[in-house]
Design a protein around this ligand. Structure first.
Ligand code: PMP
Length: 351
């Protein structure tokens, strides 16, 4: 979706790296975040102060190979080290489908996926030494809702704020959680650069995350960090105005397509005052979280109509839900809307 913006405004992002530049593993030999490029860190702090979506003062910026790597680094950083039970990793349904897989794919001894945070009660845990880590995605992937921690306990909470940008949701306050994850993927659309960042309050947690990144990839591509810095530097308010009006147009089309019949439904969102735009704005999530009201296997129904989606089952709920991206290229988005309209109208004809 952002490609059109960068085609028109991307000239100032050209990054030139000569053959002899950026050859070292190190950006700095003095700091424990030795792989973080200062230029990128500065741009990240400036961007948050422009947008007002997160507090960075007095906090560490840990750069990672996408927020996917930082998510794993964060789990590693706050999991117990005493060899007792692995920490239970929980997130309220519907949760981002990658969390269970990323948590368990190495069958770690320090953490394990434990499902829906709403059903998790720390006191019920079989061992008194067992602990938990809660994941909160806000706005949420897949359903776009604003989320808060739900577990009644004092365990660490990792806030994945990938979508907390003015094009997706009103910026109501600067977030100031202990651990917050962001990514250029959803902010500017440059998912291929694989750059994300964590804003971390506690020095030991930041240091543990840096250790994970050292062990996992010996730092983060310096070429990518410089390109990301250049891209962030060129962001003026204009990117968010473009993103907001584009998302607004796309959501209008989606809502029109869905409302011709009662076959599908979408979540409802309330407008709020956005401190960045200085006016009331409506949420426009990056995904359509569509419910099939009459068919039990929504993914299959959409597939028959020529639309690929991800089943609600992968997000911890039923197969009557699916998630569809709202950020595809314009042509694909138009095809999606045309096919969805046909499916909604076909249901009308059959009733
Ligand atoms: N967190 C959430 C909630 C996401 O939706 C995504 C991308 N789908 C990611 C993290 C991954 O972002 P990145 O490209 O930075 O690894």
């Amino acid at each position: 979706m952002f490609e059109a913006y960068w085609r028109a405004n991307g000239d100032s992002c050209t990054t030139v790296i000569l053959g002899w530049e950026q050859m070292s593993y190190f950006a700095s030999r003095k700091h424990f975040l030795w792989f973080v490029e200062q230029e990128l860190e500065n741009e990240i702090r400036q961007l948050h102060s422009l947008v007002g979506n997160a507090v960075t003062d007095g906090r560490f910026i840990v750069v990672g190979t996408g927020s996917t790597q930082l998510f794993q680094a964060a789990l590693y950083a706050v999991s117990p080290r005493d060899g007792a039970q692995p920490a239970s990793v929980v997130s309220a349904v519907p949760y981002y489908s990658s969390y269970p897989v990323l948590t368990d794919y190495l069958k770690s001894g320090i953490h394990k996926w434990a499902g829906d945070a709403a059903n998790f009660h720390p006191a019920d845990s079989s061992s008194s030494s067992s602990s938990y880590i809660e994941l909160v995605t806000s706005p949420n992937n897949p359903d776009g809702s604003m989320k808060h921690a739900v577990v009644q306990g004092s365990g660490p909470v990792i806030y994945d704020l990938a979508y907390y940008w003015p094009h997706y949701t009103p910026i109501t306050a600067a977030a100031e959680h202990d651990m917050m994850l962001f990514t250029v993927s959803k902010c500017t659309g440059h998912a291929g650069s694989r750059i994300g960042w964590a804003i971390v309050k506690d020095a030991q947690v930041a240091q543990n995350m840096a250790k994970f990144i050292e062990l996992n990839t010996i730092g983060v591509s310096h070429d990518s960090q410089l390109r990301a810095a250049q891209i962030l530097k060129s962001i003026s308010g204009r990117l968010f105005h473009f993103g907001y009006s584009e998302m607004s147009r796309r959501w209008d089309l989606l809502q029109q397509a869905v409302k011709v019949s009662d076959r599908f439904s979408l979540p409802e969102f309330s407008p709020a005052f956005c401190a960045f735009f200085g006016q009331v704005t409506s949420p426009h999530p990056a995904f359509a979280w569509l419910q099939c009201n009459r068919d039990s296997d929504c993914k299959e129904v959409l597939k028959l109509g020529g639309v690929l989606s991800r089943s609600g089952v992968q997000f911890g709920v039923g197969p009557d839900y699916v998630r569809i991206s709202m950020l595809d290229r314009e042509g694909n988005f138009e095809t999606f809307i045309a096919r969805l309209s046909d499916m909604a109208a076909a249901s009308l004809a059959s009733t």
